[in-house]
Ligand binder design. Structure first.
Ligand SMILES: *[C@@H]1O[C@H](CO)[C@@H](O)[C@H](O)[C@H]1NC(C)=O
Ligand SMILES: *[C@@H]1O[C@H](CO)[C@@H](O)[C@H](O)[C@H]1NC(C)=O
Ligand SMILES: *[C@@H]1O[C@H](CO)[C@@H](O)[C@H](O)[C@H]1NC(C)=O
Ligand SMILES: *[C@@H]1O[C@H](CO)[C@@H](O)[C@H](O)[C@H]1NC(C)=O
Length: 217
């Protein structure tokens, strides 16, 4: 009888856990070791296919010199730039912050972000769904996790360049930029003015200040 009860309990727990597992899963599982692009065949897949060299310039940068671009820049190694990641549930981004630059408030809908400061220092923060802000000042070598889907930012408030490497638990973590999504997607001015409890001219000023949308991944 006791055994019977505990098996029932186990079944009930498994039934509860099944949808939970789906919710917590990363990218869909694949049934092959890796996914060959449609225009390739197994014969011409070599080590090159599994290699991404786009970080070479960034990693060989002289951090004592001004960065080549005065703006915040990102080099992504996600599914789009590195097709071998298809089905592997991982990706990287190299982030470069000249002094005084910010990676504006954004979210990654499909993954947490594990950011490692490889050069310089960064001030970072995210806001949870209870609207609580968590911030931290990171030194070279420090690592910070931005939980999946939450709004976050990084800021180089110092006078030295900073560089960080971010790992994602998805081959296509996605990027939703708060400023670009809200003010750069042609949402009606009146809707935004009411949403932000302000007037239409203020909304138009915010829209005008935006640079073109960043590449989506
Ligand atoms: C394999 O060959 C096809 C056709 O020649 C080409 O389009 C594709 O890019 C090649 N793939 C790799 C990984 O070299
Ligand atoms: C890397 O730097 C070299 C030399 O400055 C340049 O020619 C090349 O385009 C750069 N590559 C990338 C991917 O930025
Ligand atoms: C980096 O730049 C600094 C300042 O210009 C220079 O003194 C140093 O030799 C450079 N380091 C390398 C490895 O090129
Ligand atoms: C840097 O940002 C400014 C202001 O957003 C923009 O006008 C400029 O074109 C950017 N420069 C580069 C090299 O992307």
């Amino acid at each position: 009888m006791a055994f019977h009860h505990s098996s029932m309990l186990l079944l009930a727990l498994l039934a509860l856990a099944a949808p939970l597992a789906l919710v917590m899963a990363g990218d869909p599982d694949i049934l092959t070791d890796y996914v060959i692009p449609a225009n390739s065949n197994a014969d011409n897949i070599t080590g090159d296919f599994f290699t991404f060299t786009g970080f070479r310039n960034a990693t060989s940068m002289n951090m004592s010199m001004p960065m080549p671009n005065a703006n915040f820049t990102v080099i992504k190694a996600s599914l789009k730039e590195f097709p071998a990641l298809n089905g592997q549930s991982v990706s990287y981004a190299m982030l470069m912050y000249p002094p005084g630059t910010v990676n504006p408030t954004h979210t990654h809908p499909r993954s947490a972000e594990l950011l490692l400061v490889v050069n310089g220092a960064l001030s970072v923060g995210f806001v949870d769904t209870a609207n609580k802000l968590y911030t931290q000042d990171l030194a070279t070598g420090d690592m910070f996790v931005f939980p999946k889907g939450l709004v976050h930012f990084q800021f180089n408030s110092g006078n030295q360049p900073a560089m960080a490497l971010s790992a994602f638990g998805s081959a296509a973590a996605g990027l939703v930029s708060v400023p670009v999504t809200v003010f750069g997607s042609n949402i009606d001015d009146t809707v935004l003015a009411k949403s932000f409890k302000t007037d239409v001219p203020t909304i138009q000023k915010l829209k005008a200040g935006l640079t073109p949308p960043a590449n989506k991944s």
